[in-house]
Design a protein around this ligand. Structure first.
Ligand code: SF4
Length: 176
């Protein structure tokens, strides 16, 4: 399973993608191993569309966002369960570290709310932005959901700050 934007960079907050269209280098690694791909839904695109700003985890950490993630994940869990029950192997989930939704090992955090039209507010928000060791909200919901069905799937991630730096670790993960 891969985060949506690995196969569709258009879903990312405008200007944030380091590749055009498909992250071909990752897809090539998966292709070379003969592994199929399930594209996870993009929760932010689904909820807020393409004109959204970048967010921090706290802004998505609400019951309604979590419930919406769970709803989006329902058909994915159904497919996964069906594959596993029939003897297929689900190799892993590839998320996007740094994302407030799809981070696996780390996500972005900050005291962000309210009107940021004044320069002071924007400076405060930029200063307050930090990386924290925690998963994004969507990945947390995916983990909870698969645990609910006693499914065990490893999670790995691409580092959003420099996606190309993650190619080696994804290759190593698939070579295990
Ligand atoms: S990291 Fe997740 S939420 Fe962000 S664009 Fe990719 S799929 Fe969407």
């Amino acid at each position: 399973m891969v985060s949506h934007c690995i196969l569709n960079s258009n879903s990312k907050v405008e200007g944030l993608s380091q590749y055009e269209g498909i992250f071909k280098e990752i897809v090539d690694i998966i292709y070379d191993k003969g592994i199929g791909v399930i594209q996870l839904p993009c929760p932010e695109m689904t909820m807020y569309g393409i004109k959204r700003w970048g967010h921090v985890k706290e802004q998505f950490d609400t019951l309604f966002f979590r419930e919406a993630c769970k709803e989006m994940l329902k058909p994915i869990i159904g497919q996964t369960k069906s594959y596993l029950d029939t003897g297929y192997e689900v190799v892993g989930v590839v998320g996007i570290d740094g994302s407030p939704s799809c981070g696996v090992n780390f996500t972005c955090s900050g005291d962000w709310e309210g009107d940021d039209s004044s320069k002071d507010d924007i400076n405060h928000k930029i200063k307050d932005l930090k990386e924290v060791s925690s998963s994004g909200v969507f990945m947390e919901e995916l983990k909870k959901y698969i645990e609910e069905y006693n499914i065990s799937i490893p999670f790995v991630a691409i580092n959003e700050k420099d996606v190309f730096s993650s190619l080696e670790s994804i290759k190593n993960f698939l070579n295990k």
